[in-house]
Design a protein around this ligand. Structure first.
Ligand code: PHE
Length: 352
């Protein structure tokens, strides 16, 4: 039997929405657990549970690797495949989420994730104060996705300086898979830096953004194996499978999608193929770093932005260790996580 890694997992039929509301607290070892609220479609609520378990463990790694004194958690509201949520039922689901979080007395706080935005955080806040990224007019730090995107670009600079000996992104071709809230901002920032772009999304409406940015368009099932310098997975997780590795035609993979590896072993396979994979939990940390710096640590925006930019150094450090040890970057990152988790920060953040 695999042992339970998580501190606490709550699965509740939302009393208002009737939807499966799942809150997984992976760890509070370093401080309050933090992780976004995902509203997504699943074939079965158990798949949503599985997602919450994996995503919350990823949050523990994400927060630890960035040196934040917080642990990992995640909320998933599982919507049955094929169902569309009306506005009222969606708001009910968010109130159900708020109620569960309120019952945890500060051990866990949420924020936006796939399928939620700052306005949704405001609804959650009707029931609990433990929620980040409310709209600025309500005193929150607002949309975290531009900051997540800046963190990805910082990680890209590190990867490019290691693979090509130059941080100049304008000389590179990037393949962006997914133009959602984070992927869209990544593509915009890269276009602004003068980079060449190949983009794709399951929503063909996003072709308009591609046009606006002067980016080429690829089909979603072709983008992962397209020829490019760096592949940027910015859609859902699980895309890097054992089977796809031999077909990849990039030199590095750096993106914000959480849980990109279909199985941990894929990190080794990528390494053996000479493809640098920057762990998703490092590349995607910008949003949560920004929100926690501003809202929990009350730092200035400039300081928070500097912390997001520091992802570049974190990635350099990980790639250096990878080079010195000959092991995959995932291994080096995992060692950093282990080190941080083994030595809880003396500056533990008080629960709000
Ligand atoms: N969705 C964010 C992530 O996966 C979670 C988050 C963002 C939590 C901002 C709090 C604040 O990292």
């Amino acid at each position: 039997m695999a042992s339970l890694e998580h501190e606490e997992v709550i699965v509740r039929a939302g009393p208002r929405s009737g939807l499966a509301v799942i809150v997984a607290i992976h760890s509070t070892h370093l401080g309050q657990a933090v992780g976004g609220c995902r509203i997504w479609r699943y074939a079965d609520w158990r798949d949503g549970l599985e997602d919450a378990l994996r995503l919350s463990a990823g949050m523990t790694r994400k927060l630890a690797v960035c040196g934040l004194a917080n642990g990992g958690g995640k909320t998933v509201v599982a919507v049955p495949n094929g169902a569309t949520l009306g506005e009222a039922r969606r708001a009910d689901a968010l109130r159900d989420v708020g109620e569960v979080i309120a019952s945890l007395s500060g051990r866990y706080a949420t924020g936006p994730d796939v399928g939620t935005a700052p306005a949704d955080m405001a609804i959650i806040s009707e029931r609990t104060e433990h929620v980040f990224c409310q709209p600025p007019e309500l005193g929150g730090s607002g949309d975290s996705s531009p900051h997540t995107a800046s963190g990805v670009v910082a990680a890209l600079r590190a990867a490019c300086s290691r693979t090509y000996g130059s941080v100049d992104l304008s000389r590179r071709l990037f393949a962006v898979s997914g133009l959602g809230s984070v992927g869209g901002h990544v593509a915009r920032q890269l276009a602004a830096a003068g980079a060449s772009l190949l983009v794709s999304d399951i929503d063909i409406e996003k072709k308009n953004l591609a046009k606006e940015l002067g980016a080429s368009w690829a089909d979603p099932d072709e983008i992962l194996t397209a020829e490019a310098d760096v592949l940027i997975p910015a859609a859902l997780g699980g895309v890097l499978t054992r089977d796809i590795v031999p077909g990849l035609r990039c030199t590095a993979i750096v993106g914000p999608a959480n849980n990109q590896l279909a199985e941990p072993r894929v990190a080794e396979l990528l390494h053996e193929r000479g493809i640098i994979w920057v762990p998703d939990y490092v590349a995607s940390a910008g949003g949560v770093i920004y929100a926690l710096s501003v809202e929990l640590r009350h730092e200035t925006q400039a300081n928070a932005v500097a912390r997001v930019q520091a992802i570049e150094e974190t990635v350099i450090q990980i790639l250096d260790v990878s080079q010195q040890t000959g092991r995959a970057p995932a291994y080096a990152a995992q060692e950093l996580v282990r080190h941080r988790l083994g030595t809880p920060s003396p500056h533990r953040l008080a629960h709000r």
